[in-house]
Design a protein around this ligand. Sequence first.
Ligand SMILES: Nc1ncnc2c1ncn2[C@@H]1O[C@H](COP(=O)(O)OP(=O)(O)OP(=O)(O)O)[C@@H](O)[C@H]1O
Ligand SMILES: [Mg+2]
Length: 310
Amino acid sequence: MDRDASALQLESRPLLLGGQELSPLGLLGVGRGVVVYRVRRATSTEDLACKVFDASRATAFHSELAVLTAIASEAHVPGLPMLEANSPAPGPGAPGAEAQHLLLTRPVATRLEHLTSSSVLHIFHILSHLHTKLKVVHGDVEPKHLAVDPASGTVCLLDLGSAAPLSGSRVVLPEARARRYSGTLLFASDDVLSALAEGAQPAAPHPRQDMVALVKTACVMVHGTIAKAAAGRAEAVAQQLAQQPPDIARAASMVRSFWEQQLNASTAAGCVWSELVADAHNIPGSEDVALYARASQQLCGQLATLVCPG
Ligand SMILES: Nc1ncnc2c1ncn2[C@@H]1O[C@H](COP(=O)(O)OP(=O)(O)OP(=O)(O)O)[C@@H](O)[C@H]1O
Ligand SMILES: [Mg+2]
């Protein structure tokens, strides 16, 4: 996931955490008002991921920090980012330097080349932990957020920045943030797409949203032709969202019609995947853990048969 090192010049300020400077070693990714670096502390040889938020994304920083803190308070589940440290840093900094918002996590993950049945099993394990123990939805399962921990070979689910609390969750986010859909529209579930297409509030967070996003992600990762079509549609959707004001309703209905076409039961691939997407939509809430576990195990078993063995 490392990008061109010359882009490191993007960060002109030193990365400071607790008064200690972090050495940027590579660029892992760029998001909206966010840059993610591979970094190292002067006192350590371990590489860590450092997510740097613009001042304009301070709310996003605080939300992600709340979720990462909750994850760190539970028994460690391999494949979920572990919070190592965070700012605001009290460090010396240049006089007048803006406050930096940094999240330092491990592991630094690498690209997931193929979705295998064992990685599907592990992603379900991670989602079940989020849904039933932490009572949050991930909110942005998509191909870019599936990766591998190179040290253990475990599949990782990155970017908790769109996570939203289910009822009874100990993770408290500002109401406006908890209700706002900030996941990737192309992988959203029907309840989210319908609400947004009608200009309404997005549907309340529900585990089905992650399950649908995972099945759609797998579909895109398995079928080259669907992946190509999805890339084209993502571009058209991005154009709608880049308008001022963004045309979210039009973008959501474009995504809905995209999946209607791709999951058309008249094609062999469409037929199999449309059943799975429908099953993912029927996943129950996680208040009844046994019911949720049964339905998600069944979905996991079906999905595992459609990806690479191994
Ligand atoms: N721990 C990590 N290891 C490797 N790469 C990472 C890590 N964390 C993030 N990245 C890369 O950086 C990209 C952006 O990070 P992240 O998704 O957390 O930010 P974002 O603001 O949500 O961006 P986007 O809107 O593109 O999803 C990720 O898609 C991924 O490619
Ligand atoms: Mg992201």
